[in-house]
Design a protein around this ligand. Sequence first.
Ligand code: NAP
Length: 282
Amino acid sequence: MCAKLIDGKKISSKIKDELKTKVAQLKTDGIHPTLAVVLVGEDPASKVYVRNKKRACDYIGIRSLSYELSEKTTEQELLDLVHDLNTREDVHGILVQLPLPGHIDEEKVICDIDPSKDVDGFHPYSVGSLSIGKEGFISCTPAGIMQLLKRSDISIDGKECVVIGRSNIVGKPIGLLLLRENGTVTTCHSRTKDLPEVCRRADILVVAIGKAKYINETFIKKGAVIIDVGMNRDENGKLCGDVDFDACCEVASAITPVPGGVGPMTIAMLMHNCVIAAQRLS
Ligand code: NAP
């Protein structure tokens, strides 16, 4: 029997529709949520991401301001733009698309974004707020995973949660979020001994390693929930996750597909953060 599919496409559409209604309400109160999107250089993948983010803004009714800067933009020029956007009252969210060209210090740019406009949730203030349970922006992919679980009625309280991966944008924040919801959290990484054995403890397994179909049924406890964050290409160039979906769905109780699982949630949560920013700043 195959596991229940956790449909990120459907759940993200619902969130976007809810946000559309919310934005329409805000506009009647004179608040017009606005996101500034900054892209430096010509990276094709970044251009696609930026286009998709602007499309989502259009759908929801968020105004998007686009700054497409040349590859040769200096760090100071980019910082000047960020400072200008920080001070503008009509801008609620600032998104600097990563990666930046090698001559620009990404960390410096992220640190200069006003935390109250840090809709990506990458600023150290946002990260610190998450870790001590203070109000702040939660980075979009982990926030999206929590929505997938909540909206699929999967309870976290008291569950064994195993996260594979300890990156700043996925592994660490999702561990903190699961902990906040009273999960018993184990974080694994490339030095973890006997990974399959640790994973087989999981009621909820979150996989964010970046290796195509690395996780097979030998890692899965019967009835576990699997969240596959990976976005990879298989041997035929087809988009696939870190989990071998066909093998694992025979053992799991619920599973996210790739594509159509975690991926669509990331943009939906970015939109959510923009709306929250507009509300907090107005
Ligand atoms: P990352 O920064 O490369 O981190 C990968 C993590 O996996 C590291 O902590 C690494 O351990 C661990 N790891 C690698 N090989 C391992 C192994 N054999 N056993 C156990 N742990 C292992 O990656 P990321 O940015 O978190 O992204 C992970 C995946 O999610 C990628 O496929 C990425 O494309 C995808 N992603 C998707 C979205 C989305 O919106 N759907 C968003 C972000 C990322 P060490 O720390 O020890 O090196």
